[in-house]
Design a protein around this ligand. Structure first.
Ligand code: 9MR
Length: 461
């Protein structure tokens, strides 16, 4: 009893302290007083989202909370591989489309989850391996990302590909066994299919600096250094009764690599610490300017995959829990994402001319050169072509390649292809034809068959 009274007293002091802190915060320039999660997050340039089981969209007790509190949604299951391609080459988008419509009608953005994951593979893919699986998985990424093109804020392109435990390496799966480059191949295919979506890698047990998060960190750093298109990392954050002390530092180290970070599947075991942990996670996100949003994995406790953990912000009757208030306060107290990044360097001064201006006018045809970097696997490839303008710049360019026999182009981005086998030409699109002297642009294409021997030649106009 005494024990319980002491606990209650401690909680009262803590709450009073928190109130005082909140009141102090309202005096700071960044504090605001949004009264819903979505309004508060939006004021800070962020989203607040929930995983949705689309079947519940016809339950008004559910949609009332969803529409009032959340401005982002993710399908809990309906955009996964088993749901979207139940038989090979036969696609089904009913659930995903329904969620997108709901989002569009209610001012919500959509996270796409997940193009590739070793779980919830359809049965036909579970039985596949090698180059057949590689082609099937790239086709899946291409088809699904194309179907939803323009409607997805961020895709979890690959989910949970790293192993638990101390090694920091990849998880074994039939996808991984198609070759270590399967993740980058998936990201390139996703970029080709929907260039406007942010492309994320998403995983769990990454809540702090540990072997697994460091393995992922090294992959992201490698991708950034080689130009593999990755824009964000999702931290699922299925949490227990404590939070790693370096949770925020871990988010920050990823952000420092030049990617956005997002909390993608937040839920927290019930117990004394639940509200505090929800608040601490929210504060950590707010303190990292590249943390663009938070998603809880469900709406009410009874919607959660964690069942009796009561792991969410609303109880089964839809009432706001203490954890809700803790999150709302943290959103209101946090800084906004700067709309224009603060200048970090002094503005560039015009460099002095290093070369004398040409005394003779450039020849009538401006030159350009092209080089290719290939990412090949058995049965397919992705080619990234770098176009460099010559000394006179370009107003347009055209790149020719000759493909090996049996190879064909299946997808092109940032260029328009003519032909798909043999001699194929790629012309600039509207926005990347005009290049200054020495300026560089990139386009890419994906193909089946062998990418061997591709040597691009560039003609400028
Ligand atoms: O919440 C999802 C549950 O309904 C599914 O049965 C389960 C199947 O594996 O997947 C759950 O969602 C998972 C998410 O897609 C990826 N991270 C872990 C989530 C909880 O298991």
């Amino acid at each position: 009893m005494n024990h319980r009274r002491a606990l209650r007293a401690a909680v009262t002091i803590a709450v009073t302290g928190a109130l005082a802190a909140a009141m102090t915060m309202t005096l700071t320039s960044t504090a605001s007083a949004g009264t819903t999660l979505r309004a508060s997050a939006a004021e800070k340039g962020r989203y607040f989202g929930a995983a949705v089981a689309t079947g519940k969209l016809s339950t008004s007790a559910y949609t009332t909370i969803l529409n009032r509190e959340f401005n982002s949604v993710v399908a809990e299951n309906e955009m996964k591989w088993d749901a979207t391609e139940p038989q090979q080459g036969r696609f089904s988008y009913t659930g995903g489309d329904r969620l997108v419509s709901h989002a569009q009608a209610n001012g919500m953005s959509v996270r796409g989850h997940a193009l590739l994951w070793h779980q919830q593979e359809p049965g036909w893919a579970q039985g596949m391996s090698g180059s057949a699986l590689r082609s099937a998985m790239i086709n899946h990424v291409t088809q699904v990302a194309t179907h939803f093109r323009g409607k997805i804020y961020a895709w979890d392109v690959v989910n949970e590909a790293f192993a638990d435990g101390g090694g920091g390496g990849r998880r074994d799966s039939n996808l991984q066994r198609t070759g270590n480059d399967w993740i980058e191949a998936a990201f390139r295919a996703a970029r080709a299919a929907d260039p406007g979506a942010k492309l994320c890698y998403n995983d769990y047990n990454t809540d702090g600096i540990n072997a697994k998060s460091t393995g992922i960190y090294n992959m992201v750093r490698d991708f950034k250094s080689r130009g593999v298109p990755i824009d964000c990392v999702g931290f699922q954050s299925h949490l227990g009764t404590s939070l790693a002390g370096d949770y925020q530092a871990n988010l920050q180290r990823f952000a420092d690599l030049g990617v956005d970070v997002q909390i993608t599947e937040l839920d927290v075991m019930t117990g004394g610490n639940q509200a505090n942990i929800f608040g601490a996670v929210t504060r950590a996100c707010m303190n990292v300017s590249r943390c663009t949003g938070i998603t809880t994995w469900g709406v009410r406790d009874c919607d959660s995959w964690r069942g009796s953990d009561n792991a969410l912000l609303f109880d089964c009757n839809g009432n706001k829990k203490a954890a809700y208030t803790s999150v709302l306060n943290a959103l209101n107290a946090g800084p906004a994402i700067p709309t224009t990044p603060p200048p970090t360097d002094p503005p560039p001064t015009t460099p002095p001319p290093t070369d004398p201006p040409p005394t003779t006018p450039p020849p009538g045809t401006a030159g350009c050169s092209a080089s290719v970097s290939l990412n090949s696997w058995n049965g397919g490839f992705v080619a990234t072509v770098k176009v460099t303008a010559g000394s006179a710049g370009t107003s347009g360019w055209n790149v020719g390649v000759t493909l090996a026999s049996g190879a064909s182009v299946t997808n092109t981005w940032s260029a328009t292809a003519s032909g798909s086998t043999g001699s194929v030409r790629f012309a600039n699109v509207d926005y990347n034809g005009r290049l200054g002297a020495g300026q560089v642009t990139e386009f890419g294409f994906q193909g089946t068959g062998s990418g061997a021997g591709i040597t691009p030649t560039c003609t400028a106009s």
